[in-house]
Design a protein. Structure first.
Length: 261
């Protein structure tokens, strides 16, 4: 399945049950990258707008680029509340944006799906000379307590190609190679979701590799989720923890020989 099509049938679960992003990201980029209210922001592979929303809430104009029609339509619903949002069809490798038109490019939870060489060329084309790029990941905690280890086990037991997707995520070294030789900085923020049983199930279903309703293994998966929730819930909720990583830098040179397509 093409990366751009993996989430078509999971849009509702994605929007409702994926974690949001810390507002501190905006403050960081204002301080470090000179971001201000007239800055032009392009959120690439914007999905349903989970990252774009933290900028929109601070009155920033955002152009959301998203190749998946279903995801983009849900993102477009935010325009009713944030008229400064524009949603366009495009990819990281072919955004459709003008030359030297963007002050900040953001990418959240998607960089591992891109052709990195072509993406870097495209990002350099659309960025202004003083522009910045920020690569953001909510990295889910996978171990250290029985809840997070149990959740990881459910993904391993029922996921169609979970290991392949997990292992495809960019390492810190891979992200650094994307910015090289310009260099980058990285800052992390704690993040978390407090989930009831419906929310925990929705969080599982939002992942492209997990069985959906109607799949032969979906009922067994739901039983496993319910068992995990029953053993771990406190006051009707479980807490899923993340480390939100923000890697940011400029792309002033064209050398990126170490990046693998």
């Amino acid at each position: 399945m093409k990366p751009t099509e993996r989430f078509t049938s999971r849009v509702d679960s994605y929007r409702r049950h994926r974690p949001h992003y810390p507002q501190e990201i905006v403050t960081l980029l204002e301080r470090e990258c000179g971001l201000h209210r007239s800055s032009a922001i392009a959120d690439i592979a914007a999905g349903t707008g989970l990252l774009a929303e933290i900028f929109l809430e601070q009155d920033y104009p955002v152009t959301a680029i998203e190749p998946n029609d279903a995801m983009r339509e849900v993102c477009r619903e935010l325009i009713a509340e944030y008229p400064q949002l524009q949603c366009l069809s495009g990819t990281a490798e072919a955004t459709g944006l003008g030359d030297n038109s963007i002050d900040l490019i953001t990418v959240a939870q998607a960089m591992h799906w891109f052709d990195l060489k072509r993406t870097r060329t495209e990002f350099r084309r659309i960025l202004r000379p003083s522009g910045w790029c920020a690569v953001i990941y909510n990295n889910r905690r996978m171990s250290g307590d029985s809840f997070h280890e149990g959740y990881e086990q459910i993904l391993a037991d029922f996921g169609r190609d979970y290991a392949a997707v997990r292992d495809s995520h960019l390492t810190p070294e891979g992200i650094a190679a994307f910015f090289a030789p310009d260099g980058m900085k990285e800052v992390t923020f704690p993040n978390a979701q407090d989930l009831d049983l419906q929310g925990l199930e929705g969080r599982v279903l939002s992942s492209s590799y997990m069985p959906q309703p109607g799949h032969p293994r979906c009922d067994a998966m739901r039983l496993a989720i319910a068992d995990l929730f029953k053993s771990e819930e406190r006051n009707g909720h479980v807490r899923m923890e993340y480390e939100c990583s923000v890697a940011y830098g400029q792309l002033t040179t064209s050398a990126f020989d170490d990046i693998e397509s």
